[in-house]
Write a protein that binds this ligand. Structure first.
Ligand SMILES: *Cc1c(COP(=O)(O)O)cnc(C)c1O
Length: 392
């Protein structure tokens, strides 16, 4: 079955294997009984397939793992308790004491925290690189660099990294490339198809789409992922619950239509924001004046649902503005049906030291907006009435 890409979000394993059930059943069980002792022994020895215990595998969770692998165009997917559980499992699997991780200049706040923890406890160092050119990237790679960790678009500045360029340099040196694809979702960007090695997701965001699950996913080559499942995932144990997997299977069915609407709404709001006198700058991958426009056209289907912008004013003006919003909710997270707004410097990126934050381009006037699925005019009217207080 080689369906077109949007159909793959809906159709996975044959329903006939579950008595024709249209939705994948929730196998709410911790363990699986063996028909006889010898079969238990064979399953533990890996001689036969079959479930043993839900930390090692569960049919509902596996259906989701198969689904994400299909839509990312990868060999094997794995599900985790959160995006951070997926990221920490992948980075643990790829590194040992004394190694180095090279990241984009701007990563998710807790990923930054994880890298600090890895350095303090295991002497695994990390550094940050703008990755504008191949030369710049080559200069930053060290003899002990064991992986590249990429976010694109970068949260919350919306700068874009050229994945083809990164893959080319990484392949020269045999270094695996990990991409956090949370912001784009596989519908807008498929890093594995461009030669990257592993994709990680906070499934909490667009893949879920309804703000009711915290979950993580990772996709990569069969051998690497199998090994990860049998070691880090099994023994550290940050697995996904069957019910959460079921909610994610449900959410992902509508990802293509949701992403189209998020992008359409965001493009309209971006244009309005750019025209408003109280707005200093707008950062959005769907902007035709975006500095990395050419790369965006090459690797993304559209601009997605996240816009960052800065307003003319200090932190008190920012707080005054967001407090004035009615429809738009003040909350971190993104990718939900509801439009959400947050202030990176005091919220998602507050744990990153100010000096580092400044280097990443996150100043106190920057605001991140996750455009929802509402009618775009209602979103704009809300922003407009709140922007008025800045004129006063
Ligand atoms: C939210 C997020 C994460 C962390 O995911 P959780 O599901 O909250 O653990 C990682 N990366 C990015 C880009 C995110 O937005």
């Amino acid at each position: 079955m080689n369906y077109r890409s949007d159909s793959k979000y809906i159709h996975g394993r044959q329903a006939s294997s579950y008595h024709g059930s249209l939705s994948v059943p929730i196998f709410q069980t911790s363990t699986f009984s063996f028909p006889e002792g010898e079969e238990g022994a064979r399953r533990f020895a890996g001689e036969t397939d079959g479930y043993i215990y839900s930390r090692l595998g569960n049919p509902t969770v596996q259906a989701l793992e198969d689904r994400i692998a299909a839509v990312e165009g990868g060999e094997k997917g794995l599900a985790f308790a959160s995006g951070m559980a997926a990221i920490s499992a992948v980075l643990t699997a790829l590194t040992k004491t004394g190694d180095h991780i090279l990241c984009t200049n701007g990563i998710y706040g807790c990923t930054y925290g994880l890298l600090q923890l890895m350095e303090e406890k295991y002497q695994i160092t990390s550094s940050f690189c703008e990755m504008r050119t191949a030369e710049q990237l080559r200069l930053m790679i060290q003899p002990n660099t064991s992986c590249l960790f990429i976010e694109t678009p970068i949260n919350p500045t919306m700068r874009i990294i050229d994945l083809e360029m990164v893959v080319k340099v990484a392949k020269e040196q045999g270094i695996p490339v990990v991409v956090d694809n949370t912001f784009s979702s596989p519908y807008l960007q498929q890093p594995l198809m461009l030669g990257c090695d592993i994709v990680v997701h906070s499934a909490t965001k667009y893949l879920c789409g309804h703000g009711d699950v915290v979950g993580g996913l990772a996709v990569g080559k069969e051998e690497f992922m199998k090994n990860l499942a049998a070691t880090v995932q099994k023994d550290i144990g940050g697995i996904m619950a069957p019910f959460d997997a079921w909610l994610l299977l449900r959410g992902m069915k509508t990802l293509p239509v949701r992403m189209e609407r998020h992008s359409e709404n965001a493009e309209k709001i971006m244009k309005k924001l750019k025209e408003h006198p109280a707005v200093n700058a707008v950062y959005y991958p769907g902007d035709e004046n975006h500095p990395e426009r050419k790369i965006i056209q090459k690797q993304m289907k559209s601009g997605g649902g996240v816009i960052s912008f800065s307003i003319k004013g200090d932190i008190r003006a920012v707080m005054g503005f967001i407090n004035q919003l009615k429809l738009i909710r003040i909350a971190v997270s993104l990718g939900d049906a509801e439009t959400l707004i947050q202030h990176p410097a005091t919220m998602t990126h507050s744990l990153i030291p100010k000096l580092e934050r400044d280097k990443m381009g996150i100043d106190e006037s920057l605001i991140r907006l996750s455009i929802g699925l509402e009618n775009w005019e209602d979103i704009w009217e809300d922003l407009l009435q709140a922007l008025h207080i800045l004129d006063a």
